[in-house]
Design a protein around this ligand. Structure first.
Ligand code: AMP
Ligand code: MN
Ligand code: MN
Ligand code: MN
Length: 276
């Protein structure tokens, strides 16, 4: 079976490597089918496609959409999209615009906690003009010595309930699913084990996601424990959803998993790539 990794990031969102480097690194570590899934952005896909052709691997056009469901932020990975599709393109553009106002609010909130000039500081780490994320604030906080590293920055400042966290309205789940459908893609619920929802709410979410046209959930993710991998394999089967897998690679020193280290999809789960 081919080695699939259907979730990673480049400098077009909050990854550390340009798309071509991401592709070359993945290929060198045995990935044969890779999806580049930058946050709310598809601008890196052309470069990634060129690099994949050279490296002799398959690149799946992807993106990771930020969604608000109830009072939770969810991530929905889109696979096999046409990045030129107008509905998707305009939708993502609006989500990215929302990030600017949110970044200003994050900076204000950090200022109240005694950390000044964070907006300028975070912007110095931005590598794609229209995409500022909490990761860029995390790198700034680490550089300034306010925290040990990026993970520590989330733990102490950028996670829900912390002084630098601000709520934000992303796009709705129905809209995200509609955009992905319009662009001819498949929707995958990213790292379901990461959401702080009750078991009952997770079931509601999975049903809503499937009934709204969602195709799969990430059964294997670097943010899952081995027990969660098993749990979501079962839930995928129970809810009639396919299974996907992704390292969520962000770059050297900032990733929970290296390319090539994903285990095979558990037996009994229909892969999202079934029928590709
Ligand atoms: P944003 O889309 O701006 O809210 O940023 C979300 C990104 O922050 C995720 O895609 C991760 O790259 C990063 N992130 C979130 N939580 C953590 C964490 N606990 N440790 C390290 N990075 C994190
Ligand atoms: Mn990220
Ligand atoms: Mn994510
Ligand atoms: Mn991701």
């Amino acid at each position: 079976m081919l080695h699939y990794d259907l979730h990673c990031h480049s400098t077009y969102s909050d990854g550390l490597l340009p798309p071509a480097d991401v592709v070359r690194l993945a290929a060198s570590r045995g990935v044969e089918v890779l999806a580049l899934t930058d946050h709310d952005e598809t601008a890196g896909l052309e470069e990634a496609q060129d690099a994949a052709r050279e490296a002799g691997i398959t690149l799946v056009n992807g993106a990771e959409l930020s969604v608000t469901w109830q009072d939770h932020t969810l991530h929905v990975v889109a696979l096999g999209i046409d990045p030129a599709n107008k509905t998707l393109h305009t939708g993502l553009e609006n989500v990215r615009l929302g990030r600017d106002g949110r970044a200003r609010r994050i900076a204000e909130s950090l200022a109240q906690a005694g950390i000044h000039d964070a907006l300028e500081g975070a912007r110095a780490y931005v590598t794609s003009e229209s995409l500022i994320s909490r990761t860029h604030f995390a790198r700034f906080l680490a550089e300034m010595g306010h925290v040990h590293d990026v993970r520590d920055a989330f733990k102490r400042f950028l996670a829900p309930g912390k002084p630098g966290y601000v709520p934000h309205d992303w796009t709705s789940l129905p809209d995200a699913l509609a955009w992905i459908g319009a662009a001819g893609g498949q929707a995958v619920l990213a790292h379901p084990g990461r959401y702080r929802v009750t078991a009952t709410d997770m079931r509601h979410l999975l049903a809503e996601f499937r009934d709204g046209g969602g195709a799969a959930i990430e059964v294997l993710s670097s943010s899952h424990t081995p027990a969660q991998n098993v749990e979501y394999a079962t839930l995928a089967r129970v809810f009639g959803l396919k299974g996907s897998c992704g390292s969520d690679y962000h770059g050297p020193g900032e990733s929970w998993m290296e390319f090539g280290d994903l285990p095979p999809l558990p037996v009994g789960v229909t892969p999202v790539w079934d029928g590709w």
